[in-house]
Ligand binder design. Structure first.
Ligand code: R5P
Length: 286
């Protein structure tokens, strides 16, 4: 099997190729003067190809579709570590598209894997060549085992809202740590208020865990709240470090000690690799 890394996931593709002992193909990417994307797979392809590309921006979605088209002759597996537009998975207002569905419909492959997709119902939007369902892999165990090695002092894991409770439960289980949940009330698209449950964080190291950090609004409120309650150290961890706009400034001004994330999106904070998760999650060719 050959691994094709898209421009958004070059490092992760290299890590997967190394851990699966597969060849990493060379792909050239460029942009035409009119802004259109271009790519070319320089190496000859095998019968069996694994494309790895996160769809972090509109351009990266185009690169994914181009990679799929260029590699579509053989058996094709696609890993989309971070599936953008996943939060637009419903028609919230009349006249809106279901953007996650529109993108899923455009992906023609034999197998598709995503990692901690916002809502697993989005998997149903994929219509794969094989007729198989798309598969969601959870990085909870990966994050948990990496956090465990960081030797926090009796850490308390916190879910910043009810939506992340299962994820935080699973991370805490992998770490054999305690966990609790805060209740979030969204005031506007960029502002949230956190209403505390009974969490005794005084003098404890806490790690707030969420599936993604986008604007940082959710985490910043949680950090301030936990600082106010006397937490000793406050760290944040997420699967997908979207970290848009001034998210980092918001988190550090709120008093975070560190930001830890996986490489589903390749950022400076991506110290935890999901390469082993992909290695074990991708099925052998039928
Ligand atoms: C919400 O459903 C997600 O789990 C995250 O809590 C949210 O997307 C984070 O967004 P932000 O960083 O903009 O508050």
């Amino acid at each position: 099997m050959k691994i094709l890394g898209g421009p958004a996931s070059q490092l992760l593709a290299a890590r997967v190729a190394k851990s699966m002992q597969c060849e990493l193909a060379l792909v050239e990417f460029k942009e035409f003067p009119d802004g259109e994307s271009y790519l070319r797979i320089v190496d000859e392809l095998d019968e069996d190809t694994l494309v790895i590309q996160s769809t972090t921006t509109n351009d990266q979605i185009i690169y994914l579709l181009q990679l799929i088209d260029a590699a579509s002759d053989g058996f094709l597996r696609v890993v989309i570590p971070y599936f953008g537009y996943a939060r637009q998975d419903k028609r919230f207002k009349l006249g809106e598209p279901i953007s996650a569905r529109a993108i899923a419909h455009a992906i023609k492959a034999d197998e598709v894997y995503v990692i901690n997709i916002h809502d697993q119902q989005t998997l149903e939007y994929f219509q794969l060549r094989s007729g198989n369902p798309a598969i969601n892999l959870s990085a909870a165990q990966t994050i948990g085992s990496n956090l465990k090695e960081m030797n926090f002092a009796d850490p308390l894991l916190i879910s910043p809202d009810e939506g992340a409770t299962q994820l935080v439960h699973d991370v805490a289980q992998a770490m054999q740590s305690e966990f609790d949940v805060l209740v979030k009330k969204r005031v506007s698209s960029e502002q949230v208020q956190i209403q505390p449950k009974t969490v005794d964080v005084h003098d404890r190291d806490v790690v707030i865990v969420d599936d993604m950090i986008s604007t940082g609004g959710t985490m910043a409120e949680a950090i301030k709240l936990l600082r106010g309650q006397g937490a000793r150290e406050v760290h944040v961890a997420c699967i997908h470090p979207v970290l848009s706009l001034n998210a980092r400034l918001r988190l550090y001004r709120a008093g975070v000690d560190s930001i830890l994330a996986t490489d589903t999106i390749e950022r400076a904070e991506s110290c935890i690799s999901v390469a082993p998760l992909i290695k074990h999650g991708v099925k052998a060719k039928p």
